[in-house]
Unconditional design. Structure first.
Length: 125
């Protein structure tokens, strides 16, 4: 009887550990100030142009005078404002999105998009 109880308790502890591990999986976002970059590639040159800053905190986003919401699901960041949604995909140190043939990236302020040369960046001055 004691052995059966010990096995049951051990099994329950293992199940709880697995559940906690699965709950911890998925995407995460380091909240704070992000810089929006326009990404361009021409003749093998990768260039990032800073377009502005946005604040992401507690599921809310502020970009200039615009505000909206965001949520993270796995490696996808969905930003919604003015009734429109845009999905960004995690790629290294940035979240990237393409809209109308243009590629954009969100990068935590103080960092730059990996693999890109930043030009005309006035956000870190």
């Amino acid at each position: 009887m004691k052995k059966r109880l010990l096995v049951l308790i051990t099994a329950l502890v293992m199940v709880c550990a697995c559940v906690l591990g699965l709950v911890a999986c998925g995407g995460s976002l380091d909240e704070g100030t992000y810089v929006m970059y326009g990404l361009q590639e021409s003749d093998g040159q990768k260039v990032a142009v800073a377009a502005g800053e946005m604040e992401l905190k507690d599921g809310k986003i502020t970009y200039g005078k615009q505000s909206g919401t965001y949520k993270v699901s796995g490696d996808t960041l969905t930003i919604t404002y003015d009734g429109k949604s845009q999905d960004f995909t995690k790629d290294g140190n940035m979240w990237k999105a393409t809209d109308n043939g243009n590629t954009f990236a969100l990068v935590k302020k103080g960092s730059t998009p990996d693999g890109y040369t930043v030009v005309n960046d006035k956000t870190n001055m």
